[in-house]
Design a protein around this ligand. Structure first.
Ligand code: PLP
Length: 284
């Protein structure tokens, strides 16, 4: 497997950064994950726009233009002969000469790394069965709109989910679901309204969430962007999560209680198909 580090394409085992890298020492970095279908990047303009926004929010200058970043992503996909999977990219504030919290003085170049992994998102077994989710308190910081590599809260949340045999953890704040550990949360109410929390600093503005909301609205489905509770989700017709690495993924139980009949719902399946069609049609 080939990875990318600061201008070089190298075997993964040789792809290294300094122990003084601020990504390693302070989680002072931003990441993005874009899916790959049939060798093409999915919804990548949206991911690169969010990357630019995230780095802007922490005053980190990208070491390459987003056009160049996309070229590197494509070259990495080609070098790995990647058909279906994802490209991970991370940019950090680089490796300074020590461990000063304040930004490095000029001359320290940001670190840019990328690697790929294989995943058949379309035919993933959980796409047919749906997943169980558990709920955990949302213990993250107050700028969740920034796609920062500081993911310890999500590591703990998703470990708790794994230990419970669940596929995702939904995080709860003031009685309401914020989002999943690595996904956006949706429900379909009994009167067929699609509900997902509005974008704010309380959640990451999901690229897949954005596309699904737009695709639903184009088809005259009713969408409400507002918080919902676990009780409302358990009383809903359907529930699902969205992310670059699962697309649209049914949620069939929450904390061991089934949502509706415990099977992926028809609207979830339909939105998944609609999203996959959009993904293929706009892939680059
Ligand atoms: N919310 C969080 C906290 C995430 O980490 C992710 C993706 O990793 C998402 C939502 C989904 O975002 P996207 O659809 O852009 O992958």
């Amino acid at each position: 497997q080939i990875a990318y580090v600061n201008g070089s394409f190298l075997p993964l085992a040789d792809a290294k950064v300094s122990i003084l890298d601020r990504g390693f020492l302070f989680a002072d970095g931003i990441y993005e994950v874009a899916a790959v279908l049939d060798g093409k990047l999915i919804d990548n303009a949206s991911h690169l726009a969010r990357l630019e926004r995230s780095v802007g929010e922490i005053a980190l200058a990208l070491p390459e233009t987003t056009d160049r970043i996309q070229e590197i992503q494509k070259e990495l996909v080609a070098r790995n002969n990647l058909v279906n999977g994802m490209v991970y990219l991370e940019v950090t504030r680089g490796a300074d000469s020590g461990r000063d919290f304040a930004f490095p003085k000029s001359g320290v170049k940001p670190t840019l790394i990328m690697f790929t992994s294989v995943k058949d998102i379309i035919n993933a077994p959980s796409a047919k069965t749906g997943i169980a989710v558990i709920t955990v308190p949302d213990i993250r910081w107050e700028r969740r709109d920034i796609k920062s590599v500081a993911l310890l809260a999500q590591v703990l949340a998703k470990q708790a989910a794994a230990e419970a045999g669940a596929g995702e953890a939904w995080m709860i704040e003031e009685g309401m679901v914020t989002e999943g550990g690595s996904s956006s949360a949706f429900i379909l109410t009994q009167d067929d309204v699609l509900v997902t929390r509005q974008n704010s600093s309380a959640i990451l503005p999901g690229c897949t969430r954005k596309a699904v909301v737009a695709l639903a609205e184009e088809r005259q489905l009713r969408v409400e962007e507002r918080p919902f509770s676990v009780q409302e989700a358990l009383a809903a017709k359907e529930a699902f999560t969205t992310s670059a690495t699962v697309f649209v993924q049914a949620v069939v139980s929450i904390d061991g209680k089934t949502v509706a009949n415990g099977k992926p719902g028809p609207m979830t399946n339909r939105l998944r198909e609609i999203y996959v069609d959009f993904a293929r049609a706009t892939a680059v």
